[in-house]
Ligand binder design. Structure first.
Ligand code: FUB
Length: 328
């Protein structure tokens, strides 16, 4: 058990953690992070340095309370379809069952999204024998709306292979969607409504449109605003807030809309760049306040694949905009 948690300070320091998905379950905060490996590896654009093998769930009785590592929740050796790279997970609860969702490479080296179940929010989780049919790419985020319907948002560029799925089939030769492509539309993340079993998609995943204030979809060149990875959905005052990382420009930003399927209109930044290359987050309401969980690489002195999870409070303006946070 670490010391009392504080905003802007690593939640735990005995392991490297990243990509935090925070939820309130059973009156406590549960955080589902990636578990970064303490290994030496050069940075590359394919994300080969992110060789994670398992998940540990973190929990806090309250904001400001100590953060506990609940131990091993799931290991890749227990998941028959996985060959490696267990990246950013998320969790959900329905009908007495806790669900852990996780991206990992299958035996062909293609990222898919798996599910595992438990009666306890801290796990351990029992994996399904195969990945979710029709799932691909990385960074699942599952949002349950007020009417009980759940939706999975997912996708990440470069190592996360999102640009290779834009036509609905895996195209290993798809070009990267970077600024050099000029006016070409940015690669879109995807959303799929979940069936009641929370283990399968209702329909084929559909593309999410992110528009500028002019109503036009963001272009690949617009690297300050276009989608890169790390989606999250939350609802505030009846509006859907779709937030994500811009990757190459290292911002956490958000766009709002009237439906969980979008389209969403770009609104602004949530978090300025942190120490390290990646930036990935979740937003959760707890006891009437809103919190941003995020990571940086401060614990390792800036090594991009050895990260640590932190939190800070976020505030909304009267018009629903989120006040930008500068990392401390
Ligand atoms: O942790 C591995 C990858 O780095 C995640 O899937 C991305 O969102 C980025 O944080």
């Amino acid at each position: 058990m670490d010391k009392n948690s504080k905003p802007g300070v690593p939640l735990v320091t005995h392991i490297y953690t990243a990509d935090p998905s925070a939820h309130v379950f059973e009156g406590k905060l549960y955080i589902y992070p990636s578990h970064d490996m303490d290994l030496d590896a050069p940075d590359d654009e394919n994300g080969d340095q992110y060789q994670m093998e398992d998940y540990h769930v973190l929990s806090m009785d309250d904001i400001g309370a100590p953060c506990a590592d609940c131990g091993l929740a799931l290991h890749m050796n227990d998941v028959p379809w996985v060959s490696g790279q267990m990246w950013a997970p998320d969790a959900a609860f329905k009908n007495g069952v806790y669900y852990l969702y996780f991206p990992a490479k299958d035996k062909e080296g293609i990222f898919r999204i798996g599910a595992a179940t438990s009666g306890n929010p801290a796990g351990p989780f029992t994996p399904e024998p195969d990945y979710i049919p029709g799932s691909y790419s990385i960074d699942p985020a599952v949002f349950t709306d007020d009417d009980g319907e759940s939706y999975m948002y997912f996708g990440g560029l470069w190592g996360g292979q999102l640009e290779k799925w834009q036509d609905g089939v895996f195209n290993p030769d798809a070009p990267p969607q970077e600024g050099s492509l000029g006016g070409v539309l940015s690669a879109c993340p995807f959303v799929a409504q979940m069936n009641g079993d929370m283990l399968t998609f209702k329909d084929k995943p559909s593309k999410i449109k992110i528009l500028g204030e002019d109503g036009k979809p963001l272009t690949a060149r617009d690297e300050d605003r276009r989608y890169f990875e790390g989606p999250w959905m939350h609802k505030y005052n009846g509006e859907y807030y779709f937030s994500y990382s811009t990757g190459t420009t290292h911002y956490l930003v958000y766009a709002t809309g009237k439906s969980p399927f979008g389209p969403f209109t770009y609104k602004g930044r949530i978090l300025e760049p942190v120490i390290g290359w990646t930036t990935h987050h979740s937003i959760v309401e707890f006891k009437g306040k809103w919190y941003l969980f995020y990571h940086d690489s401060s614990l390792s002195g800036g090594v991009s694949h050895k990260r640590c999870v932190k939190y800070t409070e976020i505030k909304y303006n009267a018009d629903g905009s989120i006040r930008t946070v500068k990392p401390g």
